[in-house]
Write a protein that binds this ligand. Structure first.
Ligand SMILES: CC(C)(COP(=O)([O-])OP(=O)([O-])OC[C@H]1O[C@@H](n2cnc3c(N)ncnc32)[C@H](O)[C@@H]1OP(=O)([O-])[O-])[C@@H](O)C(=O)NCCC(=O)NCCSC(=O)C[C@@](C)(O)CC(=O)[O-]
Length: 309
């Protein structure tokens, strides 16, 4: 069975990095992710650069990457100004985003939920008229850093509004990584009933170590598209304490082992993980990356011993 992976590391992952990552490293990372077989890569964000300085180089990143027919690169777009920038960059897919909880929406995009709908509707209309595909995100579906529990009906309402705007898929976000598999099953089952599972995706952060278990629960509800981040990079700058997304290496390792088809070459993916780890100069959370690098170190010290023997 095929699973689609949406690689969000260059956007969701890097947006939270305090030290500036060079444009050239971002470009190399995105190209390595595509070379590993990822067909959908969220490359950057056309948000207000004052809010997310790390992604202020969105135009230059998109100018530098290798564009290929078989890979769709996308970017977050919060408003018409962002849409104009996305159009000028020649993107074929954009992603709208908002939250299921009022306070997170306000902190993240400076508007109430009600005031966000008309803005995103205009963006969707314009993107669709230009022939672009439009994705949607709903954040804080499983809990809000400011409000705690979020009623399922809030997430259903925002999801349905986005679908009515014409988005082809809504990614349901566990922004602060509080969900457990039982909750994922309950929430996803309800939302799937409003639409179809092929129009939904799971976006899990691994703050409390339940990320991959949540993927398994979502698979049970028919979801076949998952967002993940190389190395397990990430967090939301407007969700205090949020840790990274589930790592793409860990997700691919698990899914490949369960005989799902991801189309991703794990070895090339690990090269991409090792590359960005080196660029950032610190160990990243991905367990499969850690195991791979430890095995490499062990085998090179073993062969050095043999050479010396
Ligand atoms: C929504 C806004 C833009 C409102 O920001 P605002 O400050 O309220 O915007 P404004 O309309 O009042 O404009 C203020 C200034 O910003 C400029 N501006 C306005 N928009 C843009 C733009 N697009 N590109 C470039 N410039 C822009 C605009 O031109 C103006 O410039 P000035 O006249 O002062 O010189 C702001 O709040 C924002 O950028 N928020 C984004 C925050 C963000 O990126 N958060 C992280 C992503 S969401 C996330 O991580 C969750 C997710 C998706 O991964 C899923 C999950 O885990 O749950």
């Amino acid at each position: 069975m095929k699973i689609q992976i949406v690689e969000v590391g260059p956007r969701d992952g890097l947006q939270n990095e305090k030290e500036m990552v060079s444009t050239s490293a971002k470009i190399q990372l995105i190209d390595k992710l595509a070379a590993a077989g990822l067909k959908r890569v969220e490359a950057t964000s056309f948000v207000n650069p004052r809010w997310i300085p790390q992604l202020a180089d969105a135009e230059d990143v998109l100018k530098g990457i290798e564009r290929q027919n078989k890979v769709t690169h996308s970017a977050l777009v919060p408003n018409l100004r962002g849409m104009e920038r996305a159009r000028e960059s020649g993107l074929t897919e954009v992603a709208l985003f908002m939250s299921a909880s009022e306070t997170h929406n306000l902190k993240n995009i400076n508007k109430s939920i009600e005031d966000t709908f008309p803005v995103l509707r205009q963006v969707a209309r314009e993107a669709l008229a230009l022939g672009m595909r439009v994705r949607g995100y709903v954040s804080t579906v499983f809990g809000c850093p400011y409000e705690g529990n979020v009623p399922i009906d809030n997430s259903r309402r925002v999801t349905n509004e986005l679908l009515e705007m014409g988005v082809f898929e809504v990614s349901l976000g566990d922004t602060i990584g509080v969900a457990t598999p039982k909750q994922v099953r309950e929430v996803m089952e309800k939302i799937v009933k409003d639409t179809t599972s092929d129009r939904l995706a799971g976006h899990f952060h691994d703050t409390r170590g339940t990320g991959l278990a949540n993927v398994l629960a979502a698979l049970d509800t028919g979801i076949r598209t998952f967002d993940s981040s190389i190395g397990g990079l990430g967090g939301c700058p407007y969700a205090p304490g949020a840790a990274g997304n589930i790592s793409t290496e860990d997700l691919v390792y698990m899914l490949n082992g369960m005989e799902y088809e991801t189309g991703v070459d794990l070895n090339l993916l690990l090269d991409a993980g090792a590359f960005i780890q080196q660029e950032l100069g610190r160990e990243l959370p991905s367990k499969v990356l850690k195991a791979h690098l430890a095995a490499q170190t062990a085998s090179s010290s073993h062969s050095n011993q043999e050479d010396g023997a």
